[in-house]
Design a protein around this ligand. Structure first.
Ligand SMILES: Cc1cc2nc3c(=O)[nH]c(=O)nc-3n(C[C@H](O)[C@H](O)[C@H](O)COP(=O)(O)O)c2cc1C
Length: 334
């Protein structure tokens, strides 16, 4: 049987399939089930910059009111338990997960601006997790802000977070940057050991009758794989950070494609949310069987063998492919 163990961000993983950040990790029992099913590592759902800032504001407000009324304002601290302590609960949950399983556990911090809230990276590290994933989901809407400023903001934030922790940091990106290769290499220079390609954008819809904006999140399927697959193939072997492919990994074959393109690991959320943790075993069996049939001995041996640098037709990932695809469509309709 092929060896499907691997490494990611310097951590040893039993398999190249990582559970990505999602509500799955809110219950300890789910994490244990995923470990039993063979998942290689788990990324815990995110703690958001907004949650931290909100909690900070609550504390400051409470303390300043207290300090005006009472000189011993510090005495109010024990009563803060009734306030929004979501960030503290998050840390407690990370510690509990770390203790409950043996596999690598990755905390997730979600935010975009530099500031005091990034101190929580250090607190997350103190829970004993093995790595930190930084999700920099943001939508630039201001016509005055140029692309370089948007990218500088990401790189500065990464450098700030990396400077606060000793554990490896990976950065989860959106696909909407003008030069993904340049940004990823800058993120590597800023100290990140990995990038997650890509964050799933929750696209809003419009309800014309009620004149309201709908923001229902949809789960993905294998048809969502092509975008991260292309960028993984293009970046693999060209940039320093390891690549975790996220988006549309729903079968063992999808995971195999991610690895062939050059991903260090594939991440999965939707397939587990919709099919349960058993899907992990099915995906890994499918991967192992294919490797046995094709006589690959290890994941490391097959990784990147279909990256842009290795395939016979590198233009297939670029503009030439666009021309070919359009021409083949034209042929069908003319
Ligand atoms: C319900 C739900 C909640 C999610 N929550 C988070 C989160 O807290 N942090 C994060 O970085 N990504 C979050 N994601 C994104 C997933 O980690 C993943 O990147 C995305 O769903 C694409 O992978 P998939 O195609 O396997 O679902 C969430 C996704 C879903 C469906």
């Amino acid at each position: 049987m092929a060896n499907i163990s691997t490494s990611y961000l310097g951590l040893t993983l039993g398999s190249p399939l990582v559970a990505s950040a999602s509500p799955l990790s809110k219950k300890l029992e789910n994490v244990v089930k995923l470990e039993e099913a063979g998942i290689g590592a788990i990324v815990v759902y995110s703690l958001f910059e907004e949650q931290i800032i909100h909690e900070q504001a609550d504390r400051d407000h409470f303390l300043s009111r207290g300090s005006n009324a009472h000189p011993e304002a510090q005495a109010y601290f024990p009563d803060l338990g009734s306030y929004n302590l979501e960030p503290d609960r998050y840390l407690a949950h990370l510690s509990a997960i770390r203790k409950a399983v043996k596999l690598p556990v990755i905390g997730s911090l979600n935010g975009v601006t530099r500031g005091g809230w990034t101190e929580w990276a250090r607190r997350i590290e103190e829970t004993g997790v093995n790595a930190l994933e930084l999700n920099v989901y943001s939508i630039p809407t201001d016509p005055v802000v140029d692309g370089v400023s948007v990218e500088n903001q990401v790189v500065d934030l990464v450098a700030e977070v990396v400077g606060k922790v000793g554990i490896p940091v990976s950065v989860k990106l959106s696909p909407f940057y003008s030069s993904i290769p340049h940004l990823v290499s800058r993120i590597g220079s800023a100290g990140a050991k990995g990038v997650v390609l890509f964050n799933r954008f929750l696209q809003p819809d419009l309800d014309p009758e009620n004149l309201s904006v709908l923001s229902a999140a949809k789960l993905s399927d294998s048809s969502d794989l092509s975008l991260p697959l292309r960028w993984t193939a293009i970046l693999s072997g060209r940039v320093a950070p390891q690549i975790a492919l996220s988006g549309g990994v729903a079968t063992g074959r999808d995971l195999l494609k991610a690895l062939l393109a050059g991903a260090q690991v594939g991440q999965v959320a939707s397939a587990i949310l919709s099919q349960g943790s058993d899907v992990v075993g099915r995906m890994l069996t499918e991967l192992g069987e294919w490797m046995d049939e094709q006589e690959y001995e290890s994941v490391d041996q097959l990784r990147g063998s279909m990256s842009q640098k290795k395939v016979a037709d590198p233009a297939a990932f670029e503009r030439a492919q666009y021309m070919r695809a359009l021409t083949s469509l034209d042929d069908r309709f003319v």
